[in-house]
Design a protein around this ligand. Structure first.
Ligand code: NAD
Length: 259
């Protein structure tokens, strides 16, 4: 049985990793999905994969940090689908740096892509959610709940995502629009592999093992682990959940304060 038959969904960062797996799972569950991503080739390949199993996918190559592009693309998606029921605000970037080594342009770009774009997308999508309400899911991170060395802009932006989520949830609950944040731990995606590639080949397995050990379940997550939680938050099964911050982290943040 499909859990999201004919649900109309927009997903950012859908060409890779968590967004890609979620777009595919939502389409398998009967949703019509619009995939918004800056990477045109990867976007096309996700659209082809969804079309192969008979799903409906509308690929929109977009820089979500561009306010005019967001307005244009959301209007096009809403027109094509006749409205939007679910927004998965997921795209993100993770440059390294401390306050001393992050230049202002990098700081601003991280805020624009990881945080301001979620506001832009929400602002553009909300008027297209109908009387039945809707669901917005924002991808934060365990680094929205904890600090991390050498990732100041990322950690700051992800803490902001939690604030944005709670504020939006409070503002739009009366319109039956639910807004929740997810906080993945380490997930096996191209973003993780770019991290691993920064260390010499011979040291990568040890680094990966150190990541596994941060998660009490002893493994890192797969993109599908996040996709299944998003399907739940997009569906009516979560109809009494809003303003929540859901860790999907193998127990990582349950160890706060543990030596
Ligand atoms: P990824 O790099 O595999 O995918 C990110 C996607 O976002 C890419 O397709 C990229 O093209 C797209 N994107 C980047 N900038 C964009 C822009 N300006 N406009 C449109 N699209 C843009 O990363 P992922 O691991 O799948 O991460 C997805 C989200 O999950 C991010 O918000 C990330 O911070 C978060 N997250 C990831 C992990 C992890 O361990 N992988 C952990 C916690 C949170």
């Amino acid at each position: 049985m499909q859990r999201l038959a004919k649900r109309r969904v927009a997903i950012t960062g859908a060409a890779s990793g968590i967004g890609r797996a979620t777009a595919i799972e939502l389409a398998r569950q009967g949703s019509r999905v619009a995939i918004l991503d800056i990477d045109g080739d990867a976007c096309a390949s996700v659209a082809e994969e969804i079309a192969r199993f008979g799903g409906t996918c509308l690929a929109q190559v977009t820089d979500i940090a561009d306010p005019e592009a967001v307005e244009r693309v959301v209007a096009a998606v809403a027109q094509e689908f006749g409205g939007i029921d679910v927004l998965f605000n997921n795209a993100g970037i993770m440059p390294e740096g401390t306050a001393l080594t992050t230049d202002l342009a990098t700081w601003q770009r991280v805020m624009d892509v990881n945080l301001t774009a979620m506001y832009l997308l929400a602002r553009a999508v909300l008027p297209h959610m109908g009387e039945g309400g809707g669901s917005i899911i924002n991808t934060a991170s365990v680094q929205a709940l904890l600090g991390h060395p050498n990732r100041l802009a990322y950690v700051t932006s992800k803490h902001g995502v939690v604030g944005l989520t709670r504020g939006l949830a409070a503002d739009h609950a009366a319109a039956k629009i639910r807004v929740n944040a997810i906080c993945p731990g380490t997930i096996d995606t191209p973003m993780l592999h770019r991290e691993l590639e920064k260390v010499p080949t011979g040291e990568r397995e040890a680094l990966l093992q150190s990541y596994r050990e941060l998660h009490p379940l002893g493994v890192i997550g797969q993109p599908e682990d996040v996709a299944h939680a998003v399907v739940f938050l997009a569906s009516d099964e979560s109809r009494f959940i809003t303003g929540a911050v859901l860790a999907i982290d193998g127990g990582y943040t349950s160890l706060i304060g543990h030596a």
